[in-house]
Design a protein around this ligand. Structure first.
Ligand SMILES: NC(=O)C1=CN([C@@H]2O[C@H](COP(=O)(O)OP(=O)(O)OC[C@H]3O[C@@H](n4cnc5c(N)ncnc54)[C@H](O)[C@@H]3O)[C@@H](O)[C@H]2O)C=CC1
Ligand SMILES: O=C(O)C(=O)COP(=O)(O)O
Length: 307
């Protein structure tokens, strides 16, 4: 019996070449058609481009597609656009570690004023200063999934007291996880709050005036999840008044308009949604797609299905 060959469309030539190398004859690979229908009878797996546009979802209506594999972990924007009967898998294993690196980088920069030292460097100025650091402080991670856990593991060697909260209370190998009902009390105990939850109806504006108002004076709010988890106006007010500091890889809106006050508010650090953008990302995407193609060839369900 001849082996069934899944048809995969891929968003970039580089990814297609890497897939060809790894999968050889096992898959029939097509570059995703940017304009017009592909002309294929059936597509077993369509790969969502990493950069958001053009979205594979925009062209699915013209194709017979079984499943979409995303190259992102977040899928807050997807459900309304996904045609019925098409499954959607997110990119588990691709971005967690890289996003944790950006979270830790932002925390360390903000807690040791690295940005101020680097600005001094551009002027050749030798200004020594004392900074809060991280050792001995309390850090709250909001979101204990792949990203939150990667952050927690990287934080512990910094000798912090770690608090964690998620959508439900439980214990895991790192200890106690608190439920959402505990969040208002926990934020008041933390010197650093790192938000790594997904964007849902329940989490949108989770950090509003009230929640931000409960944070310790001078504490740091880090957002590496999705911009709308934090109410931008509330955050702008709190940082402009110097009540809290912020370090943001994600903002609302994205891109942040160049005249937005957050860009220039003292105590606010911004990176342009680069959590997942590490050069080793493509290797992890290829490994994920290889595993998914194996499942298709074996007639098994795809992994990491979220929709
Ligand atoms: N900055 C960046 O470049 C990146 C950002 N992300 C964002 O990070 C998010 C999280 O990704 P994963 O860890 O893979 O998700 P996940 O699904 O593995 O974990 C999500 C965690 O958030 C928690 N959560 C859900 N609702 C909550 C609530 N109401 N209160 C507190 N916690 C709640 C869940 O309990 C779970 O612990 C993604 O949805 C995406 O938006 C992901 C990758 C890169
Ligand atoms: O995986 C995610 O959710 C990320 O945020 C990184 O990917 P993106 O830049 O959103 O395509």
């Amino acid at each position: 019996m001849s082996q069934s060959i899944p048809v995969i469309t891929l968003p970039t030539q580089e990814l297609l070449d890497r897939m060809q190398e790894v999968l050889g004859e096992r898959a029939e690979l097509h570059l995703w058609p940017m304009e017009g229908p592909s002309g294929l009878d059936h597509i077993d797996l369509a790969v969502q481009p990493y950069m958001s546009a053009p979205s594979v979802l925009d062209v699915l209506a013209d194709e017979e597609v079984s499943a979409v594999q995303a190259q992102s972990l977040g899928f807050d924007n997807v459900d309304k656009h996904l045609p019925q009967g098409v499954t959607y898998s997110n990119a588990v294993g691709v971005h967690e570690g890289a996003t944790a690196e950006i979270a830790l980088g932002l925390v360390l920069a903000a807690q040791r004023d690295l940005h101020i030292h680097f600005a001094d460097q551009t002027k050749g100025e030798w200004n020594q200063r004392f900074t809060p650091g991280l050792m001995g402080l309390t850090v709250l991670c909001v979101g204990v999934g792949g990203v939150g856990t990667a952050i927690a593991h990287r934080l512990l060697p910094f000798e912090v007291t770690l608090l964690r909260s998620a959508s439900r209370a439980r214990t895991d190998d790192l200890g106690q996880v608190y439920g959402p009902e505990s969040l208002p009390e926990l934020v008041g105990q933390a010197d650093v709050v790192i938000v790594g939850a997904p964007l849902t109806d329940q989490t949108r504006h989770m950090f509003d005036d009230e929640m931000i108002g409960r944070m310790k004076p001078g504490s740091l709010l880090v957002n590496i999840g999705r911009g709308p988890l934090v109410d931008t106006d509330a955050l702008t007010r709190a940082t402009q008044e110097g009540r809290i500091r912020a370090a943001l890889d994600v903002v609302d809106p994205e891109p942040l308009p160049s005249d937005h006050p957050l860009w220039t508010t003292p105590g606010v650090l911004i990176t342009p949604h680069v959590g997942g953008r590490s050069t080793s990302m493509l290797d992890r995407v290829v490994r994920l797609l290889e595993a998914q193609v194996r499942h298709l060839a074996a007639g098994e369900p795809l992994e990491h299905r979220v929709l």
